[in-house]
Design a protein around this ligand. Structure first.
Ligand SMILES: *Cc1c(COP(=O)(O)O)cnc(C)c1O
Length: 393
């Protein structure tokens, strides 16, 4: 499709807009696991669905175009995509990885890769000097998540990619929080982009899926071979759900982000809230960097309550957001990183990273922002009231 169209238009008008066989305005779900071959010595494009399936292929082509890569790959979960990408490394390699990485990625690196002789160093990737100091002669990968989870620290993708190139290492970026609507890491020098498509890309809390997009064809061939070898491919029904979600990505992200901005501004003026972490706030330490490398701050923010004691009462009083793990859905999701996404991280490691027991993460949905703000207002009021009652008793 023509490159002259804007991102919003490309979400709908791409190579897979119309099924070439029937004219259907939706990609057909091809359930076949195996494909009839024409003869003993000729084989068709498709032979077995782990290796290639037309429905999954459509999603892989769509995400590759949106991220500006050469080839996309769809996996059965974000962790399947991330873990398969780590298999590009070999025994003896070393990884420099952002310290407040997703809990599942933390577990993969510390508990699995370590058993296969792949070593790692966690660093605060907002500190480029610390990143360079962590690089060793055997460093093969710089692994970035930006904005990070759950503290929304922003890493300079271009600077990290330059460092990686200088030291002959790859740069992988987990782009789950931003999606290609807001940020395109491959255009900033990254080699590989990863997604939990479970989140904003599918967007409706009804699919678990992962995606990877690769910049150059040599790396694409290697990742294809690993996808086929490891076999954690995405099923066709789920591939279809992700494609349907992607059609509305821009309107969902736009609305969710607008809501997040309003909520962040509201929360930062509340006496019961100690700190709001959101790259959309002027006082965020990497606000300018975020504006430079992405076209918006996204829809996820975190905030710290004044004390851990008031947290259960606050949670009990909030009515609209779902209290759950995950993010990136049409409904707002409030989660408790210490007990949810980062439960896989030992308490001491969490403390070191500033993930306190009073920290909550909000993924803003597409509800009316005023309703969400009123809800937080009444929950904070209920907390304040009970504090007051306990005080006078
Ligand atoms: C959810 C998430 C993952 C893991 O994806 P799954 O689809 O749950 O396997 C990885 N990275 C980030 C940033 C996530 O939010």
């Amino acid at each position: 499709m023509s490159d002259c169209y804007s991102f919003e238009t490309k979400l709908l008008h791409n190579k897979h807009k119309v099924d070439p066989v029937t004219g259907g305005v939706s990609v057909p779900i091809q359930h076949a696991s195996t494909f009839h071959q024409p003869s003993a010595d000729t084989s068709g494009k498709y032979d077995y669905s782990r290796s290639l399936n037309p429905t999954r292929e459509a999603l892989e082509e769509i995400i590759a175009e949106l991220e500006g890569g050469t080839r996309g790959f769809a996996f059965s979960s974000g962790m399947a995509a991330i873990s398969t990408a780590f298999l590009l490394l070999s025994q003896g390699d070393h990884v420099v990885i952002t310290e407040d990485v997703y809990g599942g990625t933390f577990r993969m690196v510390t508990q699995v890769l370590s058993r296969f002789g792949i070593d790692h160093t966690f660093v605060d990737m907002t500190d480029l000097v610390a990143v360079e100091q962590a690089i060793k002669p055997n460093t093969a990968l710089l692994y970035v998540e930006t904005p990070s989870n759950p503290l929304l620290k922003v890493t300079d993708i271009q600077a990290i990619s330059n460092l990686a190139k200088k030291h002959g290492a790859y740069t992988f970026v987990d782009n789950t929080f931003m999606t290609p609507y807001l940020q395109k890491p491959l255009n900033l020098g990254a080699d590989l982009v990863l997604h939990s498509a479970t989140k904003f890309l599918s967007g409706h809390s009804d699919t678990v899926a992962g995606l990877a997009v690769v910049k150059n064809s040599e790396l694409a061939d290697r990742l294809y071979s690993l996808q086929n070898s490891f076999g954690a491919v995405l099923g066709v029904q789920d591939a279809w759900l992700v494609m349907r979600g992607i059609k509305t990505l821009s309107v969902r992200m736009k609305q969710s982000q607008e809501n997040a901005v309003k909520i962040a501004l509201f929360l930062k003026n509340q006496p019961l809230i100690k700190e709001v972490y959101y790259p959309g706030l002027k006082e965020h330490p990497q606000h300018a960097l975020q504006n430079r490398q992405a076209s918006g701050p996204g829809a996820v923010l975190s905030f710290e309550l004044k004390s851990t004691e008031i947290l259960p009462r606050f949670i009990a009083n909030v009515e609209l957001p779902v209290f759950a793990v995950s993010l990136g859905a049409v409904e707002s999701i409030l989660s408790y990183p210490a007990k949810m996404s980062h439960a896989a991280m030992p308490a001491a490691e969490r403390q070191k990273r500033g993930i306190s027991e009073g920290l909550l993460r909000l993924s803003a949905g597409i509800e009316n922002a005023d309703d969400l703000i009123s809800d937080f207002e009444q929950a904070l009021f209920a907390v304040k009231n009970s504090e007051y009652k306990e005080g006078v008793r």
